[in-house]
Design a protein. Structure first.
Length: 180
């Protein structure tokens, strides 16, 4: 997608700059803040995309939203550049790409673990350790409960999906029985 490529270009430039300057952690915190703000506020996303709002108004609104919240001046400067160049609608894509670059540089793998019932702490730790051993990377997992799985779990990491749920097994057996 065009949005992803444009977002990646800006994110990569910021990433290299903050890496050279040794201010990666503050910039990472800022990108998390931007990602969450754009994800949690539909109004903000629509505002950034609106061609009817002047750049000066967008800049003042963004300054008000993030006033005193950024830990890095580089992030504030990036926001100004995006608005000045009419690229503010790509801000969520810049944040997403920056966070992906950060994860890759720090060998962090993110995933979504969906289970039929909540996991106990020892179960969670065992799954996390098994994945870290297999991947050789730090595993950051988001947990979700979906009773429709009946039992077992699904694990989504990037483009990979590991499905060990009972509901999927039942569907496979049903499909095989109907085909025979």
């Amino acid at each position: 997608m065009v949005e992803d490529r444009i977002g990646y270009r800006y994110a990569n430039s910021l990433f290299q700059l903050v890496q050279e300057q040794g201010v990666m952690k503050p910039a990472h915190s800022d990108m998390l803040l931007i990602r969450d703000a754009c994800r949690d506020s539909r109004e903000l996303s629509l505002f950034l995309k609106s061609p009817l709002v002047y750049a000066s108004k967008k800049q003042s609104v963004l300054d008000a939203i993030f006033e005193g919240k950024f830990q890095s001046d580089f992030t504030k400067n990036l926001l100004s550049i995006l608005v000045r160049k009419g690229r503010e609608m790509y801000l969520p894509y810049v944040a997403k790409a920056f966070l992906e670059l950060y994860d890759a540089a720090n060998q962090i793998v993110r995933g979504l673990l969906t289970t039929a019932s909540p996991l106990s702490e020892p179960q969670y730790v065992a799954i996390k350790q098994a994945i870290e051993t297999k991947t050789g990377a730090t595993f950051e997992v988001e947990q979700e409960v979906n009773p429709e799985l009946i039992a077992g779990f699904t694990l989504k990491m990037g483009d990979l999906l590991f499905d060990g749920s009972v509901s999927t097994s039942i569907r496979k057996i049903k499909r095989e029985l109907l085909n025979n």
